[in-house]
Design a protein around this ligand. Structure first.
Ligand code: ASP
Ligand code: MG
Length: 408
């Protein structure tokens, strides 16, 4: 039987100082001693990337993205070298690898490049000889041979991509939390750690601001069926497995309650209703790279006008308002009403596919608490509502209880 292969990724807090790098190296050594072929992926030390970004902006606010990448990729170079040294100090045969040395090939979108291919010939050879490659996360090499970075949090994606390319049996993501929870433990004291969660659910959680994993890394894990584990580097116990549905025997109806405060609502009142209004409103927003999330349209009784309500990221609100004000003559609406004080609360679970009444239960739970629902959107495995931001905690806690997620 081929020896099992493991990718171990250590996030910023897990390599925050020399002592923690040593502790992480000890964990790696344990797996090596158990006969596994291990590849390590590291982030920059906690805070290092922020500092590099600040320096870049201080020197040049409208920085050249290629040079931005040269600067911000450097944090991972430091930890890759230190981790290789720490492993060697424990008697483990280890060698650092920068993105270009492997190479990890990406497209040329500097600052948020996508991985297109990883050449694993060299790494695989070394691993077969018993060497542990320590790979600098977050970075790659563009087609112009320049250094690229994968977007903030991108070393998760480096790790998953490497695990896929190496056909690893699992990719362990070591972080400062011990797993994925049914909800944000800062808000819900009774939140429970999940033993397993599906890729689909994790994607919803990740994109809703449960910032344990970079969203793109989950997409990639799902596509390549990489089994992921999120676990704490400070405790010695299993974390949460992110896997395919087939690995989950007893599927709960709802797996988690997520919320996202990064939403802002815009209502355009009395837009003359005719074919093409939605395109006329959302086309220009899309052209400006503004993502619209939830949408509701309410046609007036006589059908001549419609109110259009939708949400954008809070950071896009000012820009959206300006753009729509400029279009006022064309669109012909009566008023533009922006509201940043909203939150999106979502109930997530693949079990919804086979259970009716999940949404209804949510609506009545919120009604019981006197919380008004402003916008609703649903997908196959998620029901989301937009409510006033002041009710965030109340809504999330109530829903957590209603769906039986509270820890006992
Ligand atoms: N160091 C990078 C960041 O802080 C990448 C990562 O840690 O995943 O965004
Ligand atoms: Mg991270």
């Amino acid at each position: 039987m081929a020896p099992s292969r493991l990718v171990m990724k250590f996030g910023g807090t897990s390599v925050a100082d020399v002592a923690r790098i040593g502790a992480a190296a000890t964990r790696v050594k344990r797996e090596v001693d158990a006969g596994k072929q291990v590849a390590v992926v590291v982030s920059a030390m906690a805070g290092a990337t922020n500092r590099l970004v600040e320096w870049t902006s201080a020197v040049s606010p409208l920085h050249d993205a290629r040079e931005y990448d040269v600067v911000v990729a450097s944090g991972e170079q430091v930890t890759a070298g230190l981790m290789a040294l720490a492993l060697q100090a424990l008697g483990v045969n280890a060698r650092s690898w920068l993105g270009w040395q492997i190479p990890i090939r990406t497209d040329d979108v500097h600052g948020k490049a996508r991985i297109v291919a990883i050449d694993t010939d060299l790494l695989g050879e070394r691993m077969a000889q018993g060497q542990v490659p320590v790979v600098a996360g977050f970075q790659g090499q563009g087609s112009d041979n320049r250094i690229t970075t994968l977007g903030r949090g991108g070393s998760d994606t480096s790790a998953v991509a490497l695990a896929a390319a190496l056909h690893a049996d699992r990719c362990d993501i070591f972080t400062d939390v011990d797993g994925v929870y049914t909800s944000d433990p800062r808000v819900v004291a009774k939140a429970r750690k999940l033993d397993k969660i599906t890729y689909e659910e994790m994607l919803e959680m990740a994109s809703l601001g449960a910032k344990v994993l970079q969203t793109r890394s989950v997409e990639m894990a799902m596509k390549h069926r990489v089994r992921l584990q999120v676990l704490s580097s400070f405790e010695d116990k299993p974390g949460t497995l992110v896997v395919g549905e087939d690995e989950i025997v007893e599927q709960e109806m709802v797996s988690g309650i997520a919320y996202n405060r990064d939403e802002a609502k815009i209502t355009l009142t009395r837009v003359p209703d005719r074919p093409g209004v939605a395109a006329a409103i959302f086309g220009p927003l899309a052209d400006a790279s503004i993502n619209v999330d939830m949408i509701v349209q309410n046609v007036s009784e006589d059908g001549s006008t419609t109110d259009m309500t939708f949400t954008v990221a809070k950071s896009d609100l000012a820009r959206s308002v300006r753009l729509l004000e400029d279009l006022r003559a064309t669109l012909g609406y009566r008023a533009l009403v922006p509201d940043p004080n909203v939150v999106k609360v979502s109930v997530i679970g693949v079990g919804m596919r086979s259970h009716a009444g999940v949404a209804q239960r949510m609506f009545s739970a919120l009604a019981e608490k006197g919380i008004n629902i402003q916008v609703i959107s649903t997908s196959e495995i998620k029901v989301s509502v937009l409510i006033a931001e002041e009710y965030t905690e109340l809504a999330v806690r109530s829903l957590h209880t209603v769906y039986g997620l509270d820890a006992d």
